[in-house]
Design a protein around this ligand. Structure first.
Ligand SMILES: [Zn+2]
Length: 415
């Protein structure tokens, strides 16, 4: 099972927007851009919403059937580990192995020295085709990288073999993710991580590093865009080189766990993909849930009332909702509108504050981030919320499709 060159991870917290999401990918197809849609959902999201991996499979299958999509699509067991992978085996064909928690845990010293002995031939200056500067690596750095990452890659190997024994060789796609950690990985680290992945026999088709800069939930990138662009290009070059050096799958590509909406780096990504003729998996989550709120608000009446209620309750439970996401949000409480103010808003005013349009002066990134992590509130509303999604389906679907197509697919893959 091969993952195509371009793939797009679409999260859908409440599982109602599969068709509207696929519609955006279908529009791209009509424009001549082939993108494989991948529906992703993590164990944490399932737990908060009260859904299971089987629900994502049903949603994906139904969307594909309804739209007559005759091309590939995948269901991603997002950020799984050995303790929860079994829940996803049956319904998923894409597995994102999350070993970030194991990074930095001491690897076996014998394994470290064997690794260093084998790969010290790369110490000194390594010329990587496609990037101007050679990678400068000392034997000491190789050893430090081995110490920091080998245990994590061993763990990825254990999860991978577990999945392989259950699903059979070649019947699933593997991503190795290391993004949910505090330190970004350098291109040199990436090179030796890929060596270790090859050693462990993991047939990884995508790798998700942590990039430099801040990837806050649902809002734009914060950081040095020029530095990101340089790192991103170096990663693409390192991957192409490592595929040849270590015999990794030919289609191995970068995966960007974007936290959604990193608009200011999309141009750099687009240029780099063209320059290196490289593939990409880009994972988004939560952006669709916010379009649901926008659609409800614009629908007016009961829809707008629900959208306002979600915000008022989210504000009241700020610490509880933001706590688990503390490292990936930056909310200034002073900038959050009071519920009494929001209560007076029209649907358009609510939508303008929430919609990720930085050229609109009413856009409020603090409001947006709080709602992004506030989906638990909607989950607790149960049928009241889900029935409203059904009632305002048309307005919501329009916003979901337009958001994915115009604000994500176009700048990343086209132009
Ligand atoms: Zn991630």
């Amino acid at each position: 099972m091969i993952l195509e060159k371009y793939s797009f991870g679409i999260g859908d917290r409440f599982g109602r927007e599969g068709k509207a999401q696929l519609q955006a990918v279908k529009k791209a197809k009509n424009d001549g851009i082939d993108i494989t849609p991948v529906w992703n959902k993590s164990h944490r999201e399932h737990t908060i919403i009260g859904t299971g991996p089987g629900d994502v499979r049903i949603e994906a299958d139904e969307a594909v059937q309804a739209l007559g999509w005759a091309h590939s699509y995948r269901v991603d067991a997002d950020h799984i580990g050995l303790k929860n992978v079994d829940l996803f085996i049956e319904s998923s064909d894409f597995f994102t192995l999350d070993v970030a928690d194991f990074i930095g845990q001491a690897a076996d010293e014998k394994q470290v020295s064997a690794f260093v002995n084998k790969y010290k031939k790369y110490s000194g200056s390594v010329a990587i085709p496609g990037i101007g500067e050679a990678l400068e690596i000392s034997e000491g750095q190789i050893e430090a990288i081995a110490r920091k990452f080998l245990l994590a890659i061993n763990e990825a190997g254990r999860i991978w073999r577990h999945i392989e024994s259950a699903k059979g060789a070649g019947n699933f796609i593997t991503e190795v993710s290391m993004d949910e950690t505090d330190q970004p990985q350098t291109p040199a680290e990436m090179f030796f991580i890929l060596a270790a992945i090859a050693e462990a026999g993991i047939e990884a088709q995508t790798i998700a590093p942590k990039f430099t800069g801040r990837f806050n939930k649902g809002v734009d990138y914060v950081g040095d865009v020029g530095r990101f662009a340089k790192e991103f290009e170096a990663d693409l070059a390192v991957i192409a080189f490592a595929v040849k050096e270590f015999g990794l799958p030919e289609n191995l590509k970068l995966s960007v766990h974007s936290g959604s909406d990193k608009f200011s780096i999309y141009t750099s990504i687009n240029k780099a993909l063209k320059k290196f003729d490289a593939g990409l998996h880009i994972k988004t989550a939560g952006t669709t849930w916010l379009e649901e709120l926008i659609g409800l608000a614009l629908g007016g009446g009961e829809g707008l009332a629900i959208a306002k209620e979600v915000y008022a309750k989210a504000l009241g439970r700020f610490d509880e909702l933001c706590g688990p996401y503390a490292t990936v949000i930056d909310i200034d409480n002073e900038e959050l509108p009071r519920p009494a103010v929001v209560e007076q808003w029209s649907g358009e005013e609510y939508a303008d504050a929430l919609r990720h349009d930085q050229s609109c002066e009413k856009y409020n990134p603090h409001f947006r981030q709080l709602l992004h992590v506030g989906y638990k509130i909607a989950a607790e509303m149960g049928d009241d919320f889900l029935n409203a999604l059904d009632k305002f389906e048309e307005t919501i679907a329009q916003n979901v499709t337009e958001n994915i197509y115009e604000r994500h697919i176009k700048p990343i893959f086209m132009a």
